[in-house]
Design a protein around this ligand. Sequence first.
Ligand code: KG4
Ligand code: ZN
Length: 333
Amino acid sequence: APVTLVMGIESSCDETGVGLVRDGKLLGECLSSSMSEHVRFGGVVPEVAARAHLEAMVPTVRQAVERAGVSMSEIDAIAVTAGPGLATALQVGLASAKAYSLSLGIPLLGVHHLAGHVAADTLVHGDLPDRSVSLVVSGGHTSLLLLGDLARDPIVHLGDTADDAAGEAFDKVARILGLGYPGGPAIQRAAEDGDPDAIRFPRPTTTRWGFSFSGLKTAVARWVDRCEGPLPVADLAASFQEAVVDVLTAKAVDACVSHEVDTLVIAGGVAANSRLREVAERRCADAGVTVRVPPPYLCTDNGAMIAAVGSMLTSVDAPWSPLELSTDPSAPL
Ligand code: KG4
Ligand code: ZN
């Protein structure tokens, strides 16, 4: 396959990410986050994120290109997140990608954000097998996916969340426990001093591979409301985290076994959770499944993962996206 240098641009939520990948190898990347601007609102505000992307885009591209040790003129293709994500945030990345594509005279490749999360793993652990299952868990999504070739085959959704995403549940429960935003890392830290079996929270479920977390969040809120005396924050955090991890890992392993797939990729911001990694590794080992988790800097939204998909697309000569490419904010999550 021809060696191709792809620049990936990600702007679906609050991270402006740019990465450069040549033939499946990450050369350099840069990330600019507007997370701190959303803290006082308790969640990402689309208009605030969009303006931050606009301000960050060009400096982030310049920095990524410099870190990669390449020049703009060497770039062979631009990959960009087309969706799903926040519409106004996506538009900034897409408009920027079109401008680079047009001015450099190189192809534009629209990329599915979830394919990006999965592809991130290939940057450190190499090619994926022909078939795999992926659990993508972040602030915006909770999906169990059946994957073939990321560049050629459609992504099959085995199950999604019926309400809150897993990361959203971490964020909301952290708020209930007074632990701040983003909630995932705060809960993980608090849980280190707690007993995961202290409180038996419900393991809510919908379909065989579907999820639901709003009932669990309500159960924590109700427990806190009823609590007299000081809150056992560490035990609450550990018990809540255990309920989420238990459901996620049980269903992911079941999906692998029933589809006769021997590789599970866990991706998205929540994949950074150390308890999730630990339980997933134990349960997967028991089921003869290899679990792959990208390092934390590739788990959260970033541009390298979009460039990774772009690199796969160019390697199979996938058709270019037209300059009329539109965002797809609600592409199946
Ligand atoms: O992938 P990501 O950066 O952005 C989205 O696409 O949403 O994921 C962010 C989410 C947040 O909800 C955050 O609380 C969660 O990932 N998160 C974690 C951890 N680190 C980040 N959740 C649990 N444990 C963690 N260590
Ligand atoms: Zn994401």
